[in-house]
Design a protein around this ligand. Sequence first.
Ligand code: F6P
Length: 381
Amino acid sequence: MKKISIRRIFSLILIVFVIGGVLYINSPRYIIKRTVMWYERDFTIPVFCKKVRFEYDRKTGNYTGKFKISEHQSEKIIEKLDYCKERGLKVKGIRKGYNGLLNEDIIDLTPTETADTIFRGGTILFTARCEEFKTEEGQKRGAEICKAHGIDGLVVIGGDGSFQGAKKLAALGINTIAVPGTIDLDIACTEYTIGFDTAVNTAMEAIDKIRDTSTSHERCSIVEVMGRGAGYIALWCGMATGAEDILIPESFDGNLPKVEQQIIEHLLRNRAKGKTHHMVINAEGVGHSYSMAKRIESATGIETRATILGHMQRGGSPTAKDRVYASMMGAYAVDLLCAGKTNRVVGYQNGRFMDMDIDEGLAMTKDIDEYQLQIAHLLGK
Ligand code: F6P
């Protein structure tokens, strides 16, 4: 048998590495990944098992690597970087949602415009309802405007209504990704929606303050939180503040006198036990907080006040969770667009960010977690 020399084995290993390295540089996944990061302009890329940093010279537009590479390798890399450059992402912002789209209220967004915004509440792009976009004509016009403005990928942030519009635009040929943004947490395909955490924490702080007065005056307090059709804010705030009663639309059968009677009996039982305050968290979807307070007061003789927190829950500096999760969801949406995906919704399930078809997401239904509700009631007893 012919003997293979050590030298030959080494050169064979080297060839495998070289081929592997070139294939890695050429892989489409790699290109997409780099394209997404294009904005940063400087790159670190693995070349033949070594990490090479390439720096972008803003004056000359050239790239310089701090590692000696062959001409062929450098050509390959420049080729890839040029490819990235061609696909360089430009970002535009559409102000006032679909309404702004139809009015062509479209602005360029650069890192300068978006700098210093992460800690701000509200939205720099504003928001508005749009009846026209619910019509087929409006949707077609929206898609044409996107094309005319060179928009080939759209990220729509909102709730179910916004997702319906996103689905229509996707069907009309605009690559569209939906991202769940609502304080109500009422989007079935995700366990997290942008804004919920901030709203709950804002309401919780306000309720803690109201509780101080309530305790000092030995009153019963009814605090109404947002959530016309969903009781997540009420449930979370109720648990987080140790409320005695939590009213949510999901378990409200419309029988207000029955609900009031239950609160009255609970309040009187607690007074008999020596508890000097009673906090009721009421969701907007159940409502009637002021009249409820009057009736409870006249039935018990215990001073009862109602506070409606209202729009304060939709403002204020976002919590760390909202800042981080929103950033992750935004990046995920861009990744999907760069991979050529459309009609997808980004979600958060079982501890991971994920995506699914918008139609599939819209068809899902969501129920309040029965166990959480039970525990909340148990803790308030
Ligand atoms: O959907 C979010 C939400 O804050 C609901 O909780 C609330 O019912 C609704 O918006 C209020 O909307 P508007 O400010 O338009 O009255």
